[in-house]
Design a protein around this ligand. Structure first.
Ligand code: SAM
Length: 256
């Protein structure tokens, strides 16, 4: 079971847009605002970290990388590069554990959220504000693994929205603020076509609220800096809601 309804939006977007999550050159994905973890589950499945993990009942059982910060504190974690997975065992769900055969996927997945997230096999979870310097350092460290020397991401995902207050002006402003911050993050962390061994620039998928101000942001920031920017409204997104996604492909690294 996926932990969120949002997971279906990502599955839909991926299927409709050329399975961008599954391209063979995808080695590093950052999921911003990842809790409770539906999108991270989808990405882990696409990168072969065991689709089985997604089928497990959510909540009661977790398998995978324990919060690394927590493990580091306890001294049970040595280096994220040497051991990438540890079992987290919940006796409540022993049957699920018996049936689950973990598989080793490819690539690095980093999930960041202010909230704690139940572990997901193949996903490094960081509990932090994605804008904090600590998160930036940690993400860079996790991404700087063998074969990914620049420590950059091939794909950055953001399903964050400001807390809906019901006040339109406020909600639009906070959506714009988040989109600008996510863009800023992408500017620093997204791989460009010029980076070693790459033919295509990275992909940024971000949630936003429909509004002329967000269109302006798209025209001024996204459009000039990516080869292609699409507006997407997944079926799985309630039609009444004003949320949509920008799928930005081919980071051109002009704005750096
Ligand atoms: N895509 C997720 C899924 O499928 O499970 C759902 C994401 S939920 C709609 C948005 C998340 O963004 C919330 O969990 C919230 O805590 C997180 N968030 C908002 N601002 C954040 C920030 N500055 N840093 C980290 N996480 C943030």
């Amino acid at each position: 079971a996926y932990r969120s309804r949002s997971a279906f939006k990502l599955l839909e977007i991926d299927a409709e847009w050329d399975h961008f999550l599954q391209k063979p050159d995808v080695r590093a994905v950052v999921d911003l605002g990842a809790a409770p973890g539906g999108w991270s589950q989808v990405v882990a499945g696409k990168l072969g970290w065991g689709a089985e993990a997604s089928k497990l009942p959510s909540g009661g059982y977790a398998y995978g990388v324990k919060s690394e910060l927590e493990m580091e504190k306890k001294g049970t974690w040595s280096s994220p590069k040497s051991v990438s997975h540890q079992e987290v065992f919940d006796p409540l769900n022993i049957d699920a554990l018996k049936e689950f055969t973990p598989s080793a996927g490819r690539g690095t997945i980093v999930a960041v959220d202010l909230l704690r997230m139940q572990p997901i096999h193949g996903v490094h979870a960081i509990q932090a504000d994605f804008l904090s310097p600590e998160a930036a350092d940690r993400i860079h460290e996790l991404l700087s693994v063998k074969g990914n020397l620049e420590g950059k991401a091939d794909i950055i995902l953001s399903d964050m929205a400001g807390n809906a207050s019901g006040n339109d002006t406020h909600d639009i402003e906070s959506s714009l603020e988040i989109c600008e911050a996510v863009y800023e993050f992408a500017r620093r962390n997204l791989r460009s076509a010029e980076d070693v061994g790459r033919r295509r620039g990275g992909v940024l998928l971000m949630k936003h609220f429909e509004h002329p101000l967000l269109q302006k942001f798209r025209m001024e920031k996204l459009q000039p800096n990516f080869n292609d920017v699409k507006y997407i409204k997944p079926e799985a997104s309630r039609s009444a809601s004003r949320e949509g996604y920008f799928l930005c492909q081919g980071w051109r690294a002009i704005d750096i």
